[in-house]
Design a binder for this molecule. Structure first.
Ligand SMILES: Nc1ncnc2c1ncn2[C@@H]1O[C@H](COP(=O)(O)OP(=O)(O)OP(=O)(O)O)[C@@H](O)[C@H]1O
Ligand SMILES: [Mg+2]
Length: 296
């Protein structure tokens, strides 16, 4: 199998007034053609820093301090920004964690699609426009014509996320990198969007690197998983192996933190004010949280 992306010994740091924060400590992994790789890990473990380093969108005070990133035979860290702009959008589609950061507030959405096409020498004709409409529709936008004519500030968070996903897929990039692409979406739309992402990437020989905090998403959509902890990949492998036989204590605790439908409910004894002492009118907060977790 060919490697679309190969990251070797990547190090990144943030230069803050209080000193240098080392955010990545020698991160290495690969994304092969035709596969979806998930990145999981607690908040602050370095997931966004990894994907921003690959797309060269890591902004000051952050910078890559060492390592190598090979994408389809090119060393990305050596490329000038002009070259990188050609790759972003056309060969690597990026879905940022905050969708509004990727949208221009003063330009209509349809113009933004046209700009992406023009920047990469793609002729903007009726068929390109209808492809954008189709993509919007497949990410769950109900009235794509109206969204195309509107501005970013008219969109809800979930709607903006769908628009950014459609833009990232617009030019059929070889690799889609998505940083928590479905967090602002409700559950049914999440599935729809992830199915679309899968169909338009691995379904047509492309690859995807997806950051998510949702282990269910990894289990359902990813071939391989990278587990990050404090700037390191502490474990990586096939999802079936890592989820069934986790080796690292952090992965074990991450998997144990998932509430499973088969988990038994724990009742508080009557003497401690349990369920038989009085019928509560509103659900116990812990029970409400538990059912919420089970629904998700
Ligand atoms: N602008 C910044 N200035 C200083 N340090 C930063 C900055 N952005 C990130 N960091 C540091 O880099 C580390 C990794 O941050 P990063 O945003 O990559 O984490 P993450 O895994 O994406 O977290 P989350 O799940 O919350 O999105 C953080 O712990 C923080 O110490
Ligand atoms: Mg992040």
């Amino acid at each position: 199998m060919n490697k679309t992306l190969q990251v070797r010994e990547l190090e990144a740091e943030f230069h803050t007034p209080r000193g240098v924060v080392r955010a990545l400590h020698g991160v290495s992994f690969e994304v092969q053609d035709n596969e979806i790789v998930g990145i999981v890990g607690e908040s602050g473990s370095g997931k966004s820093t990894v994907v921003r380093s690959i797309t060269k969108l890591l902004m000051p005070p952050g910078k890559v301090s060492a390592g190598n990133i090979d994408f389809s035979g090119r060393s990305l860290l050596d490329l000038p920004e002009r070259e990188m702009r050609r790759i972003r959008g056309k060969e690597i589609g990026f879905i940022a964690q905050n969708p509004f950061s990727a949208l221009n507030p003063v330009t209509r959405i349809e113009k933004q699609f046209a700009h992406i096409a023009k920047a990469h020498g793609v002729k903007v004709d009726a068929s390109e426009r209808s492809r954008a409409l189709q993509l919007l529709e497949s990410t769950g936008v109900r009235d794509p014509e109206r969204v195309m004519r509107g501005y970013a500030h008219e969109l809800s968070g979930g709607m903006a996320q769908r628009v950014v996903i459609a833009m990232a897929l617009y030019l059929n990039p070889q690799l889609v990198i998505a940083d928590e692409p479905t967090t602002a979406l409700d559950l049914t739309v999440q599935r729809q969007v992830l199915d679309t992402l899968r169909r338009l990437t691995v379904g047509s020989g492309r690859s995807m690197l997806i950051v998510t905090h949702d282990l269910g998403v990894v289990a359902s959509y990813c071939n391989r998983v990278l587990v990050m902890y404090r700037g390191n990949i502490v474990e990586q492998g096939l999802v079936d192996d890592v989820f069934v036989r986790p080796q690292h204590p952090y992965t074990i605790s991450l998997l144990n933190s998932v509430v499973r439908p088969e988990d038994e409910m724990q009742y508080v004894p009557e003497s401690a004010g349990g369920p038989d002492s009085a019928e509560p009118e509103t659900p116990d907060p812990s029970e409400a949280q538990l059912s919420e977790a089970r629904r998700s």
